[in-house]
Design a protein. Structure first.
Length: 202
């Protein structure tokens, strides 16, 4: 199976939607997962081993019709089996329509739903599991695929160079004093019962 996940903008949304890519790959290891994103958000998905290819839109050229036509025709040539559109934007609608995919999943908002042949009712089909609603809403998009397992966590995959840059920045700012010090972070997005402690940055 060949999948396309569409979440082109908003850095946080792009990161959260990588969890969709993770689950598609983990449930179908031989499948191919592509992710359509804007260039200024691509860093949220780079290095993710569950994404076989990033399709990157140049923000500066998104209003050039020839550029967008070539992009959409390239999407068509990929012959995707499944498109998961997690946003309400024109590029999501056009990607679904041009893809020719037999299964095009997305939310029910008009007019974006015109590109979907499997409609997910926003919030009504959401199974809340104590995550942020942004996460739980997106996972409703995977329900039509009936995946065997599900992991609603999402991750930043840092290169060794990026980890070193992080250490150097924390040392320079005085946040940590030695390279062996650890930074404790608390994720307050979840409710208080699900606070996560991260003890190994970076």
């Amino acid at each position: 199976m060949k999948y396309l996940v569409v979440q082109t903008k908003q850095i946080g949304d792009v990161l959260i939607s990588t969890a969709l890519c993770n689950n598609l790959k983990q449930n179908d290891p031989s499948g191919e997962v592509h992710y359509l994103v804007m260039d200024y958000c691509a860093g949220m998905a780079q290095g993710n081993p569950n994404i076989d290819r990033l399709i990157i839109i140049e923000k500066a050229r998104r209003n050039e019709w020839r550029y967008m036509k070539d992009l959409l025709l390239a999407i068509r040539r990929e012959r995707y089996d499944v498109v998961v559109n997690s946003q309400g934007q024109m590029i999501g609608l056009l990607s679904c329509l041009f893809s020719g995919a037999r299964l095009r999943i997305g939310f029910d908002s008009f007019p974006w739903r015109l590109g979907h042949n499997r409609i997910v009712r926003f919030r009504k089909d959401t199974e809340f599991q104590g995550n942020s609603t942004l996460v739980d809403d997106r996972f409703s998009l995977l329900k039509p695929l009936k995946l065997a397992g599900e992991d609603r966590n999402y991750y930043l995959w840092l290169s060794e160079e990026e980890k070193q840059q992080g250490k150097d920045a924390l040392l320079a700012a005085g946040v940590i004093r030695r390279k062996l010090d650890q930074l404790v972070s608390i994720d307050s997005v979840s409710d208080l019962r699900r606070l996560l402690l991260t003890l190994n940055w970076p």
